[in-house]
Write a protein that binds this ligand. Sequence first.
Ligand code: PRP
Ligand code: URA
Length: 208
Amino acid sequence: MSVSYMTHPLIRHKITLLRKEDTSTNEFRKLVEEIAMLMGYEALSDLETQDITVKTPIEESVQPVISGKKLAVVPILRAGLGMVNGILALVPSARVGHIGLYRDPKTHEPHEYYCKLPDPIDQRQIVVVDPMLATGGSAIAAVDFIKKHGGQKIKFMSIIAAPEGVDALMKAHPDIQLYVGCLDRELNENAYICPGLGDAGDRIFGTK
Ligand code: PRP
Ligand code: URA
C-alpha cells in the first residue's frame, strides 16, 4: 500500500478552518466538499483515459478523455457523504456506492447497517471516502466489504488520520492506495483523533 500525505497549502489551510470549534455547519460542509475536490484532484492523477476523435475549428484530432463511467465513489456513511460532491465535481459520471457503518461508542468497533455498491464493481477504480481515519476499524471493514464484492482497484481518501488508523489499514490492506489530508498526533481514550476536529458526522449534519 502507498500512503500519500497532502502538502498543498490550500488543502492544509482549509483543514485548519475545518478544525475550528466555531466553524458553522454550513461552512464545515462546504469545506469538506472543497477539500475532497482538491484531494481528489491529486488522488485521481492516474485516472484511466481513452482516446476520442474531436473536430476542432482547424482539423480532426485524436485526444484523451477520462473513462468516467469506470469510477465508483464509495462514501462511508454518514460523514463520507460530505465528500461525494467534491469528487463528482471532478468526475460527474462516476457511480456512487454506499457503505453504512457506525462506531459503537463503547467498544469503538464498526457496525454495518447498509451497503449498496455498483454492480459489477471488479473493473472499476473505486475511491472510498471518509473524512476521519481513527482506529481504522471502519475503513478496514469497508474495504473488506468492497473486496468481498469483487472490488480490486481501491483508493481510500481521508481528510484527517491518526497514526494508529494508518498503521492498521496498511496492515489489513497492503494493496490499496491511501490519501491523507493531514496526519494528526494520536487517538485519545475515546478513540477520537487529537487534535482532530471532533465528530465529523455531527459537524456535517448539525447533529449531536
Ligand atoms: C466516524 C468517521 C469514520 C469512523 C472513524 O464515523 O466518519 O467512519 O468514525 O473511526 P474508526 O477509524 O475508529 O473506525 P461514525 O462511526 O462516528 O459514524 P457517523 O459518520 O455516522 O457519525
Ligand atoms: N470519528 C470522528 O468523527 N472523529 C474522530 O476523531 C474519530 C472518529
